[in-house]
Design a protein around this ligand. Structure first.
Ligand SMILES: NC(=O)c1ccc[n+]([C@@H]2O[C@H](COP(=O)([O-])OP(=O)(O)OC[C@H]3O[C@@H](n4cnc5c(N)ncnc54)[C@H](O)[C@@H]3O)[C@@H](O)[C@H]2O)c1
Length: 381
């Protein structure tokens, strides 16, 4: 699916900123591999529709917005634009993605309501989206992730929105089922053990979405649980321990040792942001996604150490050091992908080797990609 790299932005700035549907396992009926063509054809259903993307100026949101715009949808972004210092949001390029940008807060019903009044679809991706930051400031996590989600759900329920896609996270699984040795596949229906304020806020948002929209006669919902998203032009947030591909790459690029928290044995299911955008756009229209929750991952575990091994060859002399494992950092697992392949008729297409190569090449070709705060930092980097 071609995405115009520098589509013109029509930028508007505001001053302000029954029972839930069951989510029962579905027998796998089809395992059709998505081809470029089939994805393109299916996304064509979005042509001419009006889509609101909250958090649409962030890493994931901006990629999704560009894709939606390329399909012929009219996209409005609502974002506070303050998740990154320096030019982080600019780097993601929402201003070039062909959307109308409204700078505002999802907690503000007076801003959200008028945007949703004429929307066909909503993707709710806005969140205080960093595990460590949410641990430091649970009050801010609560405001954006809980209160903000409540406002978006209330306002969605007022208008004839066809479907809301809630962006959730694999963090709801925590370390998975107790007593299982080694990396485990996380299945959508298994018990959930959120280990952090962030994960708990995401789980609350999932439940609340089911409770508030599950019985709606006019608005469907779908929940997508992203695994670990990465891909150019991702840059880490200060004092974060998430997003290992950019962290390790930036450390290696500056000639610093790559820090392997807890020895780097944790695994993540690394899913490229292009894949994430595609899956999220499909979740808006795939019929069988109504009222359902799916993992969006590759189905493959990669340890932090393995990622360091993929990065090291691009930086001769790259070193590694072992550092303590931060609080709330799960040992990790990987996505069970059967339900996603079945309901969304989609699977990830970018293998981690390719995605990491793309990221490192982008970093090498973009000398000013390293944030000043990162270059100045003497600890944790
Ligand atoms: N990146 C990942 O690995 C990952 C994994 C699982 C889930 N997710 C989820 O995906 C979504 C997008 O995350 P991302 O990685 O692009 O992070 P991001 O921080 O780049 O994007 C989130 C965006 O939401 C905006 N935002 C935050 N609070 C807001 C508020 N109150 N009102 C309006 N806008 C607000 C931020 O300004 C930011 O642009 C989030 O919901 C996140 O929890 C991300």
């Amino acid at each position: 699916m071609p995405v115009p790299p520098h589509a013109t932005a029509a930028t508007a700035r505001t001053t302000t900123t029954g029972p839930p549907a069951t989510d029962a396992p579905t027998p796998v009926e089809t395992e059709a591999e998505p081809t470029e063509d089939s994805v393109h054809t299916r996304l064509d259903k979005l042509r001419g529709t009006r889509v609101v993307v909250t958090g649409g100026a962030g890493l994931v949101g901006s990629r999704l917005v560009a894709l939606l715009h390329a399909t012929g949808a009219t996209v409005t972004v609502l974002d506070r634009m303050d998740a990154y210092p320096e030019s982080g949001h600019e780097t993601f390029g929402v201003a070039r993605a062909g959307a109308r940008l409204v700078v505002g807060d999802v907690r503000d019903a007076g801003t959200v309501g008028p945007l949703l009044r004429n929307a066909d679809f909503v993707v709710h991706a806005a969140a205080y989206a960093d595990v460590a930051a949410c641990t430091r400031r649970p009050d801010l996590a609560f405001r954006s992730n809980v209160e903000g989600t409540q406002v978006v759900l209330e306002q969605t329920a007022r208008f004839p929105v066809r479907r809301l896609v809630l962006v959730s996270s694999a963090s709801v699984y925590g370390d998975g089922l107790p007593g299982v040795e080694g990396p485990q596949a996380f299945h959508e229906d298994q018990p959930l053990f959120p280990m952090s304020v962030y994960a708990n806020s995401k789980l609350w948002a999932e439940h609340q979405t089911r409770l508030m929209l599950g019985a709606s006669a006019r608005t469907e919902y779908a929940v997508v649980r992203y695994f670990s998203v990465y891909g150019e032009p991702q840059i880490p947030k200060p004092d974060s321990h998430s997003w290992m591909v950019p962290w390790l790459s930036l450390q290696a690029r500056l000639g610093r040792p790559m820090r392997l928290n807890g020895g780097g044995v944790q695994v993540r299911d690394l899913v490229h942001v292009d894949d994430i955008a595609e899956a999220t756009a499909l979740a808006l229209t795939e019929e069988r996604m109504a009222g359902r929750t799916v993992n969006v991952g590759t189905g493959r575990p990669t340890s932090v150490r393995e990622v360091a091994d993929l990065i090291a060859p691009y930086f001769p002399g790259a070193r590694r050091i072992v550092t303590p494992r931060p609080e709330g950092d799960p040992l990790g697992g990987y996505a069970a992908t059967e339900r996603c392949r079945d309901l969304l008729r989609w699977q990830a297409r970018i293998p981690v080797e390719k995605g990491v190569e793309r990221y490192v090449r982008w970093l090498l070709e973009t000398p000013d990609a390293t944030p000043r705060w990162f270059a100045r930092q003497t600890h944790g980097a």
